[in-house]
Design a protein around this ligand. Structure first.
Ligand code: F6P
Length: 334
């Protein structure tokens, strides 16, 4: 017979993302609606190991959807990486009477959930990361807000670059993935977008188009977007441009500003749906699942299977970007 779920724990882990709070609220409110208690675990796996928690009632999550960051704090726990740490986390779950656990975060968070499920804890993952790099889901909470934040900063930067006839090289987050950089680059009409997934011939794909635009179209300012996972990063790319063109080239690293701010409507609503679906899965007796968005539908995936998948760059968007910027051939990395 299925065990009745009486208490659910929820935590956020890894890099925070706008919309995580909305997901926490959705988990708590859905649980309460179903007559289940909800507790928030603070500081991710670190809090799970140390029993750092707070009860979440209806009012304690009120007004949370519009708030950036995460009210539960986030952390990356070294202790959880070793079996003893994980045993402690399981002991906390038992002590607190947690019948199901919802972890909101990226692939690191899901790896942790998988380990806990092997130790008998019922777990569901909700994808929350600005990187949008979870393969089983077309979307991860925080991506839209991070894109908009980056675009807003780049638009401002463009004004001053134009005034001074400079070349701007902007580094966008994304860890090893270029999804954020590509989307942002298309949205702000960049001169070029450089991502780790695609090979680039700097002379042919970047320097030459800049030279052509300068001599034939009298363009005097340029905006190059670089994903942080690109070898050498924005400084390396800027150096290449400077050496080849003598343009006054400046680097801006957008950094953690992309992780902050009030979540967009898309992030609030997606987070709300995902939090709701996560609780429903646990109540249905499911475990070791991750909530995903596929073809506008919320579905769930086995965590191990989800972790084994690799999200490739959206080649259609990359092709459009290249066509519009003058970067030509597609050369996917081997
Ligand atoms: O995964 C989200 C992310 O913001 C990445 O884009 C970035 O590489 C990383 O986290 C930065 O992590 P931290 O805040 O620990 O430096």
């Amino acid at each position: 017979m299925e065990k009745k779920v009486r208490r659910i724990g929820v935590f956020t882990s890894g890099g925070d993302a706008p919309g995580m709070n909305a997901a926490v609220r959705a988990v708590a409110r859905t649980a309460l609606h179903m007559g289940i208690e909800c507790i928030g675990i603070r500081r991710g796996y670190h809090g799970l190991i140390n029993g750092d928690f707070l009860p979440l009632d209806f009012n304690s999550v009120s007004g949370l959807s519009r708030r950036g960051g995460t009210m539960l704090y986030s952390a990356r726990s070294k202790e959880f990486m070793v079996p003893e740490g994980r045993e402690k986390a399981v002991a906390t779950c038992k002590l607190l009477g947690i019948d199901g656990l919802v972890g909101i975060g990226g692939d690191g968070t899901f790896r942790g959930l998988l380990e806990l499920s092997k130790l008998g804890v019922a777990v569901v993952g909700v994808p929350g990361t600005i990187d949008n790099d979870i393969a089983c889901s077309s979307y991860t909470i925080g991506y839209d807000t991070a894109c908009n934040t980056a675009i807003d900063s780049i638009d401002k930067l463009r004004d001053t670059m134009q005034s001074h006839e400079r070349c701007s090289v902007v580094e966008v987050m994304g860890r090893h993935a270029g999804h954020l950089a590509l989307y942002v680059g298309v949205a702000c009409g960049a001169t070029a977008v450089i991502v780790p997934e695609q090979e680039i011939d700097y002379e042919h794909d970047l320097i030459e188009p800049i030279r052509q635009a300068r001599s034939h179209e009298q363009r005097t300012h340029f905006m190059v977007i670089v994903a942080e996972g690109v070898e050498g990063g924005a400084y390396g790319v800027a150096e290449k441009i400077r050496e080849a063109t003598a343009l006054d080239t400046r680097v801006t690293i957008l950094g953690h500003v992309q992780r902050g701010g009030a979540p967009s409507a898309r992030d609030r609503v997606t987070a709300t749906y995902m939090g709701y679906e996560a609780v429903k899965l646990l109540v249905a007796g499911k475990t070791n699942r991750v909530i995903c968005l596929q073809d506008d539908k919320y579905v769930d995936f086995d965590i191990a299977e989800a972790l084994s998948m690799k999200k490739s760059l959206d080649i259609q968007t990359y092709t459009v970007m290249k066509a519009l910027t003058g970067m030509e051939q597609l050369k996917p990395k081997a």
